[in-house]
Design a protein around this ligand. Structure first.
Ligand code: IVH
Length: 671
C-alpha cells in the first residue's frame, strides 16, 4: 500500500510537471516505468486502487446518462464591455455604489478563454466531483470525463513536498478547452472515419467532455485553466483575487501564465492592447480579457445584475470575424479519394491577415448551414486554425445565390463519386484517379514516410502528367531518360533524385507499410503490426480476427487492412515494389545458420516484463538465433510467454488463454 501511495504521488507529480508546468524532470521512459509499476501493483491488489490513481485517468465504464449536480453557489456569467471607455463607465458605476467612490481599486486581468465552464469539487484535497455549468444552478456530473484531463489535479497540493493545506471542502471553477494545434487534424481524422466535423474548437471541447463513455474523452487532447473559487470551508482562502490565483497555482492547478495584477485602469488598457497580438500566438481561443476587482469581499458586496456580477467585467476583443462573398466552392481530391469542398472567397482582411480560402469540412455541413454560392458569408479566423465559414447572412440575399451541389463526379478523373452509407464524406473510388495518385505519391515520398530527398509535390504532378508514373511503385522504375523529358530537370537534379529514390529502398518495412497510405495505418500502427507479424507478407494474409487480436488494432483498422490487401491493383503494386528490391520483412538479427541448433523452430514467443539478465532485445535475438519467432502480442498462436518481473497485461492475457509461461531460466533450459 505504501509503495502504491508513493507511486501515485510520484506519477501525479510528474503529470503536473509535464502538463501544467511544461517542465518535466524525468524522461518519458522513466515515467512509463513508474506507471508500469503502479499498473502491476494495482493488477495484483485491485482492492487498493484509489480514485486519485493516475490509472483512473484512462476513462471509466460508460454511463447511461449524466447525473445532475446542484452547484453550491450560482455559477455566474459576466457582463461585456467592448472598449476602454466602457471600462471607465463600469468603474464609475461601481463608484456610485461605494461609500467612497474614489477608493483606490486594483484589478486582475485574466484571459477570457472561449471554452467550457466547469466546476470542480475537492474534499480533503481529493478531486471528488466535476460538473458542467449547466444553467448556472444545476449542471451535469462529468467527473469520470474530467478525471481524464492530465492537467487536472487528482489531489492537491500536487507537489507532495508542499506545506499548503487545502480547505477540507473546496469548489473551484475553470474553463476546459481544445488546443488549437490539434483541432484541424482531429477534425480531418473524424471526417476520414465518417463522422461529422466539429464546427469550432469550443464545440470540440464541449463535445469531447460531454461523452457518456469517458474513454472517448481520454483520447481527446482537452486541458483547462482554473480561475475562481466558488465555495470553501475554513478561512485560509485569501481575500485578494490575485492571491487566490497564486494559491491555485501553488496547489498545482493549471492557471494562466498571462494573468496580471494591475494597479489601475490605465494598466488594464495597456494589457488589452497587448492582448490584441498575444491572442494570436496562443494555442487556445481567447475572446477577451476578464477584469476583476482584486478585493473580492468588496467585489462580492456589489452584488449582481441578472447573472452578471458587478465586481467583474469581460472586455471583448473585436471579433475575428468578417463578412465577405463566397465566390465558388472548389473540390479538392484527397489521398484517400475524399472529395473535400473548399470555399473560394473574395479576399478579406481578418485580424491583420488576408483570407481567400476557408474550409467547408463537408457537404452535410454546407447543407446544414444552407450556404450558397454568391452568399455573403461570415468568416471566422482564430489563432492558427484554418479560417472557416460560420454561416451565410441570409438577409442580404438577392435571389441570385446558387445552391451548392454535391459532386456527382470526381473533378480530376470524371469517375462517378460515391458516398458510402453512414459516412459524411464523398469519395472518388477510382484508384487510378490522377489527383489521388498525386496525393498518394506526395504522401509516399514525404518525410514521415519513405522520405525521398529531392522529390517534392511539383515533381509528383509533373511525373503523373507526363504519364511516367501510374502508381507509387513506378517511382522505382524511373530512369535518366524519363527524367530528362521533364521541364527543369538537369543532370544534377536528376542524379540527386535517383540517388534519393535508390536510398529509400533501404527503409525498414514499417516505413514502407505506413507509406502505402492504407486508411488508419500510420507509422505507429505500422510498427505495431510488423512487430506482431514480422513482415508485410504476413500482414497481407492475416485475417480480420488475427489483426484484431493484436494489441492496439481495432476493428475499423482491421477492415481497412484486409480490404486494401484484397484489392488486385494494390497487390500488383506490392509485387512491383518487391521486384524493385524494397524490404518487406523485418530484419532478423543473426539468422540461424546450419551449425546452430534450432530447438525453437516453429515456436512463437512473446516477451514481457524485466528479465533478470537479458534485455528484451537480447532475449529476442537469442530466441531468433535458435529458430524461434518473437511477436509483440499474445494470441492463441503464441507458444510461450517469456515473462520477467513486473509483467503486465500480456501476462494476464496469456493466463486467460492458457499459454505456458517461462522465466529466463526456463528458456535457457530449453536452449
Ligand atoms: S469569471 C465572477 N474568469 O467567460 C465569476 N470567467 O462570458 C464569473 N470565462 O461564464 C466568471 N475565462 O465561462 C471568469 N478568467 C475568467 C474566465 C471566465 C473564461 C468564461 C466563463 C464565463 C464566461 C462569461
Amino acid at each position: 500500500m505504501e509503495q502504491m501511495t508513493r507511486l501515485r504521488d510520484q506519477i501525479n507529480y510528474h503529470l503536473y510537471r509535464y502538463h501544467v508546468l511544461d517542465a518535466p524532470v524525468i524522461s518519458d521512459a522513466e515515467y512509463d516505468e513508474l506507471y508500469r509499476q503502479l499498473v502491476e501493483l494495482e493488477a495484483a491488489h485491485p482492492q487498493l486502487i484509489t480514485p486519485d490513481s493516475p490509472t483512473q485517468r484512462a476513462g471509466a465504464e460508460p454511463l447511461g446518462a449524466f447525473a445532475k449536480v446542484s452547484h453550491p453557489a450560482p455559477i455566474l456569467s459576466l457582463a461585456n464591455a467592448f472598449s476602454v471607455a466602457d471600462l471607465h463607465a463600469w468603474r464609475a458605476r461601481i463608484g456610485r455604489l461605494l461609500p467612497d467612490s474614489d477608493v483606490a481599486l486594483t484589478f486582475t486581468v485574466e484571459p477570457k478563454l472561449d471554452g467550457l465552464s466547469v466546476v470542480l469539487t475537492y474534499r480533503d484535497g481529493l478531486f471528488v466531483q466535476g460538473a458542467t455549468r449547466g444553467n448556472g444552478e444545476v449542471g451535469e456530473d462529468v467527473t469520470p470525463n474530467l478525471r481524464t484531463l492530465r492537467s487536472l489535479p487528482q489531489r492537491i497540493p500536487v507537489d507532495p513536498a508542499s506545506a499548503l493545506i487545502p480547505p477540507p471542502y473546496l469548489v473551484v471553477r475553470g474553463e476546459v478547452f481544445f488546443p488549437l494545434d490539434k483541432f484541424e487534424a482531429f477534425n480531418l481524422s473524424r471526417m476520414e472515419a465518417g463522422a461529422a466535423a466539429y464546427m469550432n474548437p469550443r464545440n470540440a471541447a464541449s463535445g469531447s467532455l460531454r461523452q457518456l463513455d469517458s474513454t472517448i474523452t481520454a483520447a481527446r487532447p482537452l486541458t483547462l485553466y482554473v480561475y475562481d473559487f466558488v465555495a470553501w470551508q475554513g478561512d485560509n482562502v485569501p481575500d485578494q483575487q490575485w492571491a487566490r490565483l497564486e494559491l491555485l497555482r501553488a496547489w498545482g492547478f493549471p492557471v494562466s501564465p498571462h494573468n496580471r495584477h494591475c494597479p489601475d485602469l490605465d494598466c488594464v488598457a495597456i494589457a488589452y492592447e497587448e492582448w490584441a497580438t498575444l491572442r494570436n500566438s496562443l494555442n487556445y481561443e481567447v475572446d477577451g480579457i476578464v477584469i476583476k476587482i482584486n478585493d473580492r469581499p468588496l467585489a462580492d458586496s456589489l452584488g449582481f445584475v441578472g447573472k452578471d456580477p458587478r465586481g467583474a467585467i469581460a472586455l471583448k476583443f473585436p471579433a475575428q470575424e468578417k463578412t465577405t462573398k463566397l465566390l465558388d466552392v472548389v473540390v479538392n481530391v484527397g489521398r484517400t479519394g475524399v472529395l473535400a469542398p473548399a470555399a473560394a472567397l473574395e479576399a478579406v482582411e481578418i485580424g491583420g491577415v488576408i483570407v481567400r480560402n476557408a474550409t467547408l469540412h463537408n457537404y452535410d455541413e454546407i447543407a446544414r448551414k444552407d450556404i450558397r454560392i454568391g452568399d455573403t458569408v461570415l468568416v471566422k479566423r482564430a489563432g492558427e486554425v484554418i479560417p472557416y465559414i460560420v454561416g451565410p447572412v441570409v438577409d442580404v440575399r438577392d435571389g441570385s445565390e446558387l445552391p451548392i451541389q454535391k459532386p456527382t463526379h470526381c473533378p480530376a478523373c470524371g469517375e462517378p463519386a460515391v458516398q458510402p452509407p453512414g459516412e459524411v464524406a464523398i469519395y472518388c473510388d477510382n484508384s487510378a484517379c490522377p489527383a489521388q495518385l498525386v496525393r498518394r505519391i506526395e504522401y509516399f515520398v514525404s518525410r514521415g514516410a519513405m522520405d525521398i530527398e529531392g522529390f517534392g509535390g511539383q515533381t509528383a504532378v509533373l511525373l503523373t502528367e507526363k504519364g511516367l508514373i501510374h502508381d507509387i511503385a513506378d517511382i522505382y522504375y524511373l530512369n535518366k531518360e524519363d527524367l530528362h523529358a521533364l521541364e527543369g530537370f538537369k543532370d544534377k537534379k536528376i542524379d540527386n533524385l535517383l540517388t534519393g529514390i535508390a536510398a529509400s529502398k533501404q527503409r525498414p518495412p514499417e516505413r514502407l507499410l505506413a507509406a502505402l497510405g492504407i486508411r488508419f495505418v500510420g507509422s505507429v500502427v505500422a510498427a505495431l503490426l510488423l512487430d506482431a507479424l514480422g513482415g508485410i507478407d504476413e500482414l497481407a494474409v492475416a485475417t480480420q480476427e488475427e489483426l484484431e487480436a493484436i494489441e492496439g488494432i481495432g476493428p475499423g483498422t482491421a477492415v481497412s487492412i484486409t480490404t486494401w490487401f484484397a484489392n488486385d491493383n494494390n497487390r500488383a503494386v506490392l509485387e512491383k515494389l518487391r521486384a524493385a528490391g524494397l524490404t518487406f520483412a523485418k530484419a532478423r538479427p543473426a539468422a540461424a545458420d546450419d551449425t546452430q541448433p534450432t530447438p525453437l523452430a516453429g515456436l512463437t514467443f512473446v516477451i514481457t516484463g524485466a528479465l533478470p539478465t537479458l534485455s528484451r532485445d537480447e532475449a529476442k535475438a537469442l530466441i531468433e538465433q535458435h529458430g524461434g519467432k518473437v511477436t509483440g502480442s499474445v494470441s492463441k498462436n503464441t507458444s510461450y510467454l517469456l515473462a520477467g518481473e513486473n509483467a503486465g497485461s500480456k501476462l494476464t492475457k496469456a493466463q486467460q488463454l492458457n499459454i505456458p509461461i517461462l522465466d529466463e531460466a526456463a528458456l535457457r533450459q530449453m536452449l
